[in-house]
Design a protein around this ligand. Structure first.
Ligand code: ZN
Ligand code: ZN
Ligand code: ZN
Length: 367
């Protein structure tokens, strides 16, 4: 019997297909949610879902033009240059090199699917060969971000760390942030920016109720002074954003403006953004320099809505000490109690935990 199991990481456009061998002794793969400011702005999500690739470390060739590559101080991120999916990160500290994969894209391709299922059942993990263990850098979210909605998976509590694992454990029920009064907050615009800063634009709060006259009912808020927001677990978003859970907010294009004051462009390409058509009617954009998921536009939908990846969005003028929580609840009306496209979900256990967590938070009220 082989001592390693091959996994394949494939993006939505399929121009990247990377095989990674994992020693069987390292299964299930310990997988965590990183809420740090860099991960949120590189993915456009509330948290990146990462798994450390154990030894032996693969050294694929990333020279090919099809790869996008983005370097920060110690970490190089590799993503698909066509659809923007983030594939893996290489972190260098002194002599040591560590690799992390975006777990949402990793598919089991061991020889025996039956064995995979049997081992999953025996382990009690519904998403085997993945085991979700912890949230890290939750302190930087101010409001707990995704961690407040995802406390348990398969009945197991996830650890919640203020910074990296080993720093300080946080109690999400006691987390407070110096929240602004919603009416005050909404006098302040929102600003979207990817990590490299190549994509940047402003989002104004709704200026009047008639903004929503022709928007799709499923993404129209009850409170017409806020934009609508939801968590999406669909398969196409997973394969383009590299995250099994992506948060979207739904402003209309007339309320978006670029740093030079100009209107949102008709082709939806802002700054260093690149376009990717994921289906006949859908245009997605991502930053061609850092890979961040930026926007989704369904060209057949009425009302001129541009879905914006929430991980990029913050209060205008926010410095190092952010005051608003990453869920931006003063500006957004979250669809609570349920997530979008549950039937399509990649990790059933994870989504089960998310649904349970959202219901708990809204007192079982499922709108
Ligand atoms: Zn791709
Ligand atoms: Zn991170
Ligand atoms: Zn960027």
């Amino acid at each position: 019997m082989s001592t390693t199991t091959p996994f394949k990481s494939t993006c939505h456009c399929r121009s990247i297909s990377l095989t990674i061998s994992i020693p069987n002794s390292s299964l299930p793969l310990k997988t965590h949610f990183c809420h740090c400011n860099i991960c949120r702005r590189i993915h456009g999500t509330l948290a990146a879902i990462h798994t450390k690739i154990p030894e032996p470390v693969p050294e694929p060739s990333f020279d090919d033009e099809k790869w996008g590559k983005y370097e920060t101080a110690k970490v190089t991120r590799f993503f698909c240059g066509t659809c923007g999916a983030q594939i893996c990160d290489r972190a260098v500290t002194g002599e040591s090199v560590e690799w992390y994969a975006d777990a949402s894209l990793l598919e089991w391709c061991g020889e025996d699917e039956g064995e995979c299922e049997a081992r999953g059942r025996a382990s009690g993990l519904s998403d085997w060969p993945f085991e979700f263990t912890k949230h890290i850098y939750v302190g930087s979210t101010k409001d707990g971000g995704l961690a407040s909605w995802l406390k348990r998976i398969d009945g197991r509590e996830l650890e919640v760390w203020k910074e990296d694992a080993g720093s300080e454990l946080l109690d999400l029920d006691r987390l407070t942030h110096t929240s602004l009064a919603p009416s005050e907050a909404r006098k302040i615009d929102l600003e979207a920016s990817c990590h490299c800063g190549g994509v940047r634009f402003f989002i104004w709060p709704p200026q009047s109720e008639d903004v929503f006259d022709s928007t799709d009912a499923t993404i129209t808020p009850k409170d017409k002074t806020r934009w609508y927001a939801l968590l999406d677990v669909c398969n196409t978003c997973r394969l383009t954003s590299s995250s099994a859970v992506i948060p979207w907010m739904f402003p209309v294009a007339s309320h978006l403006s670029l740093p030079d004051g100009s209107a949102w462009p008709e082709d939806h390409v802002v700054g260093t953004a690149k376009r990717y058509r994921s289906s006949e009617k859908v245009v997605r954009t991502f930053c061609g320099r850092c890979g961040a998921t930026v926007a989704y536009v369904d060209e057949t939908r009425s009302g001129g809505t541009v879905d914006v990846a929430l991980g990029l969005v913050d209060m205008v003028g926010e410095g190092e000490e952010r005051r608003a929580g990453v869920r931006l609840e003063e500006w957004l009306e979250w669809r609570s109690g349920r997530v979008a496209f549950v039937g399509d979900a990649w990790w059933k256990g994870l989504v089960g935990g998310l649904v349970e967590g959202m219901k708990e938070r809204t007192g079982g009220d499922v709108p």
